[in-house]
Design a protein around this ligand. Structure first.
Ligand code: XMP
Length: 221
């Protein structure tokens, strides 16, 4: 079935709370815009997984808010499990992925909905798809809240996308920088000075571009 087209963020008059204005440049997506889009995505997923019992596999940690809100919009039977993956374990080279938690549920012959917060280069998703595929599921559908399509390196094609966003570093609604900002109820654009300041004292990341902060060694997804 054809899923609804991803939205591009529309300008909002919502303002960043005063206490965060030095760090968060602007609100990219409000909680209402996210909630509305999630309902539409859930409808697409329901259609696609009709009469199937699905296993929702979510990548830790950035998906927590998205996952919790999405699954509450789904009324079909499902089971939930998590894969832990971190882009940079301490002491590893940039770009290297470390699996920090494996699946507990058996997905062999099952219909899997793989949920992530944001698809960027696609490196993470490509590795996870490879690992998950080896477990023999009947099919895997990929669902992401945000897609930075312009940054894609791997040929990963998500099935359900909330919003297609520009090449800016975003935080909030589960997404972090150095483990902060996950609790913001909106998605906001981080001021570049926040990560340029951090980078001078953290691991250098050759993947960094002008709009992409290096992740500190402790940052997980
Ligand atoms: P790749 O490049 O492997 O990246 O597709 C996916 C992971 O990178 C993180 N990421 C971000 N995290 N704001 C964040 O908080 C961003 O703008 C951003 N871009 C990429 C994220 O952990 C994702 O799972």
């Amino acid at each position: 079935m054809k899923s609804s087209k991803p939205e591009t963020p529309v300008a909002t008059t919502a303002r960043v709370p005063l206490r965060l204005r030095a760090e968060v440049e602007r609100v990219l997506l409000t909680r209402n815009q996210i909630a509305r889009r999630l309902r539409a995505m859930a409808r697409d997923i329901q259609q696609d997984f009709k009469n199937r019992e699905m296993v929702v596999v979510s990548l830790l940690n950035g998906t927590v808010m998205f996952l919790a809100d999405l699954v509450r919009c789904l009324s079909l039977p499902l089971r939930l499990d998590f894969i832990g993956v971190s882009s940079y374990g301490a002491g590893t080279q940039s770009g290297e992925l470390v699996f920090t938690k494996d699946l507990r549920l058996d997905v062999r012959g099952r219909d899997v909905l793989l949920v992530d917060d944001i698809l960027d280069t696609g490196n993470t998703m490509a590795r996870v798809l490879e690992k998950l595929g080896a477990l023999g599921p009947r099919r895997i559908r990929v669902c992401v809240l945000l897609d930075k399509r312009s940054r894609r390196i791997q040929p990963v094609q998500p099935d359900y996308v909330g919003f297609e966003i520009p090449d800016v570093f975003v935080v909030g609604y589960g997404l972090d920088f150095a483990e902060r900002y996950r609790n913001l109820p909106f998605v906001g654009v981080l001021h570049p000075h926040v990560y340029t300041a951090k980078q001078t004292s953290s691991v250098q990341n050759p993947h960094m571009t002008s709009s992409q902060p290096a992740k500190s060694a402790s940052q997980t997804d």
